[in-house]
Design a protein around this ligand. Structure first.
Ligand SMILES: *Cc1c(COP(=O)(O)O)cnc(C)c1O
Length: 373
């Protein structure tokens, strides 16, 4: 039994060398600046350790979705430029300026409000102008872009630091939508050329685009899922040099042998067919392990099925194929054991979702343990 198995119910191990390895690969193969996207607590991996690792490996920007996420990074002593991609509530403008963030804008009222806030504080605000080239989420429409850029350019308290867009279908083999978005974005950039300086950052690529479209890198890429060593999609697989950073583990808390006809867990959705060895693991839906049929885990290097309903804090595993399993043995929910591996992508397939949602959903009460710090 290793130390974690003796002292924890369930834990996530994050290999920071895998993060550094993945960032380095992108740096070496793209020769543009890298923004490590660490929103959602670094996709469940832990924002501060992941940010440090990414910076060590050459990332020069960080990207977050919420001001609270940026606050955590600054409190953690990280002074690297941070771009806040998303919505900034009106009462948070001043705190955002105090945290020295680069802020996303796409409407005139946002620019005016930031101009006023910066003026009052006698500081300047660094802005990234977001263009909606076809994602349909946030961003200025292409015909609005020039007027907004002019407004930022002529303001005494605003710095036009960057311009960006986001692709809707970069993870698909079909390139047409991304081609169209690239056309629109490039036409906007031409119109904006009077306002662009050599150090203005221009960015459009998420992980899938970094791997699939060399023409979309400009001078900065926003690296999320690939940094974690997870597949951008089934259609755009990572080169083999990438390594997943996250494993999710637990232990066998109990094992019993039951006669045929015994019901297992709430609702007795599973009934033993014969004499069966049933184990229990202290992981449940409150940890982000979904209450879903068809879950599998690794025990003693073999795949074993979860049987019966997943409870809030526990669930049961059928151990007939692993007679050597005993109480206290490590159980792998995501990761490798012996020669077997369960990827976040495999769990996503079982749950009918994507790997992003699997790792982002691992609960707060599951401690994160960092390897190769
Ligand atoms: C989350 C996010 C990314 C990162 O996307 P990945 O697919 O994880 O690489 C990039 N840009 C924006 C605007 C995002 O919100």
């Amino acid at each position: 039994m290793n130390d974690y198995a003796a002292s924890l119910s369930s834990w996530v191990e994050v290999d920071l060398e895998a993060i550094r390895n993945n960032v380095r690969w992108i740096k070496e193969n793209s020769s543009v600046q890298v923004m490590a996207v660490v929103k959602a607590d670094a996709y469940g991996h832990g924002a501060i350790p992941v940010s440090h690792a990414a910076i060590q490996a050459g990332a020069s920007w960080l990207g977050v979705a919420r001001i609270e996420e940026a606050l955590e990074l600054r409190k953690g002593g990280i002074s690297t430029p941070i771009v806040l991609f998303g919505y900034l509530p009106p009462h948070k403008l001043v705190p955002a300026l105090q945290l020295d963030l680069s802020l996303t804008v796409w409407r005139e009222d946002q620019i005016n409000a930031l101009e006023n806030a910066a003026k009052e504080r006698n500081c300047s605000a660094r802005l990234h102008l977001k263009i909606d080239s076809g994602m349909g989420r946030i961003g200025a429409q292409p015909e609005e872009v020039t007027a907004l850029a002019r407004k930022i350019h002529h303001s005494r308290h605003l710095v036009f630091e960057g311009v960006f867009t986001h692709f809707a279908c970069a993870d698909k083999r079909d390139h047409q939508t991304t081609d169209r978005q690239m056309d629109i974005f490039c036409r906007c950039l031409e119109e904006l050329s009077p306002y662009l300086r050599p150090d203005t950052v221009i960015h459009s690529s998420n992980s899938a685009a970094v791997l699939s479209r060399k023409d979309s890198l400009f001078n900065l890429v926003r690296l999320g899922i690939a940094m974690y060593g997870l597949q951008p999609s089934e259609e755009w697989m990572l080169p083999s040099a990438f390594r997943p950073a996250l494993s999710w583990k637990t232990v066998l808390s109990h094992i019993k042998t039951l006669p045929p006809g015994r019901g297992i867990s709430y609702g007795h959705r599973y009934i033993t067919q014969k004499t069966e060895r049933i184990g229990t693991i202290p992981v449940g839906y409150a940890d982000g392990y979904r209450r879903w049929n068809g879950n599998i885990v690794l025990v003693k290097g073999s795949i074993a099925p979860i049987v019966g309903r997943v409870c809030m804090d526990q669930c049961m595993v059928q151990l007939d194929d692993v007679p050597q399993a005993s109480c206290g043995d490590e159980v792998v929910l995501i990761g490798e054991q012996g020669r077997q591996r369960i990827r976040a992508e495999d769990i996503a397939n079982i749950w009918g979702t994507i790997n992003y949602e699997v790792v982002c959903g691992i609960g707060k009460r599951v401690p994160r343990i960092y390897l190769n710090e």
